[in-house]
Design a protein around this ligand. Structure first.
Ligand SMILES: [Fe+2]
Length: 188
């Protein structure tokens, strides 16, 4: 199930929402990668950025991370976890159960990396020296994990939801979970 199919097909509203969320997360990740390149360039003395430009870049990275923390870690992933938890009670095979638990683990890994990056950014914005190559490596790992994770969900987890949840399930979860995990929009 590719992201385009997720956005175009006549799917349950909750699944469409998850597809839209992935598109938004990918957009923020691309922005993060771009700003990180500029910061690394400045750190190596290769760019034309001055201290004020660098501060603005750190502010932008901080905004992206803050958005991902609230949007992905506190709304999108918990919503998915509730749906994946529900399919665990739908007679899954051992292999399918393994996929669900692997996915839950990835959500935890992503959250841990979000917190680690937030720590680096906090120190940099407060004038402390950070090891820039280590920060860039951590951010690359984060972006790569997010990318692999979303592909994994679109290839395996969303089709699993489609195969095990019927219309009544989807309607019930939509009514129950949408108010608990509302979509967040970026402010700028
Ligand atoms: Fe997801």
């Amino acid at each position: 199930m590719a992201i385009n199919a997720l956005l175009d097909e006549d799917l349950p509203e909750l699944l469409l929402r998850l597809g839209r969320d992935h598109a938004r997360i990918a957009q923020i990740n691309a922005q993060l990668a771009k700003v990180s390149d500029q910061l690394a360039e400045a750190d190596a003395g290769l760019g034309s950025q001055d201290a004020q430009d660098c501060q603005a870049l750190w502010d932008e990275v901080a905004d992206c991370l803050e958005f991902l923390k609230h949007f992905a870690d506190k709304a999108h992933h918990p919503l998915e976890d509730r749906l994946f938890d529900a399919v665990l009670h739908k007679g899954l095979t051992p292999t399918e159960r393994h996929l669900v638990f692997r996915n839950l683990g990835q959500h935890q890994e992503i959250m841990t990396l979000t917190d680690a990056l937030t720590g680096y950014i906090h120190r940099a914005r407060n004038g402390m020296v950070i090891d820039m190559p280590v920060f860039v490596e951590c951010l690359d790992e984060y972006l790569s994990l997010q990318r692999r994770h979303m592909t994994f969900e679109e290839m395996h987890m969303f089709p699993l939801l489609m195969s095990r949840l019927d219309n009544d399930d989807w309607n019930r979860f939509y009514a129950e979970l949408s108010p608990q995990f509302p979509t967040t929009e970026l402010e700028n």
